[in-house]
Design a protein around this ligand. Sequence first.
Ligand code: MG
Length: 263
Amino acid sequence: MRRYVLMSFAFAVLAATVSLAFAQEAPKPKPEDTEVWTPVPPIVTPGATDAAPPSDAIILFDGSNENEWVSAQDHAPAQWIVHDGILTVKKAPGVGNIETKRRFKNYQLHVEWRIPENITGTSQARGNSGVFLASTGPGDDGYELQVLDSYKNKTYVNGMAGSIYKQAIPLANPARKPGEWQTYDVAWTAPTFNDDGSVRTPAFATVFFNGILVQNHFELKGQTLFIGQPFYKKYDKAPIKLQAHGDKSEPLSFRNIWVRDLN
Ligand code: MG
């Protein structure tokens, strides 16, 4: 009997040790897990890109005010800086991302953005912003088309300008120098969902960066996450959001933002 008890005890200790070892082996997801560093997209020098809004466009920013925008956090009036016909990110406590008052499903979007000429920082902390093609609410990551200085700035290629963040490497790198205006033209097909929340059809994005095709009808895997694998979460219509990234580099600017609602 005593021998049996001793053996049981030995077994229990062994089992506990093995399960502890397994628990320690299960890795905690890290941001680096979803970074991709190669292949590096080829550099392409863009031509001129002019895009005055077409007749049926909804003007989201024409240089005069930010009336179409609210704080993404609490939907209070947007507090970025409007000056000289441009909209500049305000990096200040309590001022974060802004999003459109309007909500969209499928659309064509035009956005112009500029990295400051005196930009500092490296990799993801150099002119980081983003155009969230669908801002699915506080607590969600949403669907980000990355904005970053990608002119001679090395970073993971699925996080450079023109990437669908951590999902799709741009097909080319047509980035202009800091201080010059750049354009995004996007065709966004929103995901659709069944009543039970499962995906009926995924989201697709086609993106022209400075007139160069960088995403060709890319099928998104879900929301664009900083850490972990993408997944979908049911939503209907969503605002378009601009990111005030928390890094310490100089804030960037936007102008001439318009959308064509395709519904
Ligand atoms: Mg970003």
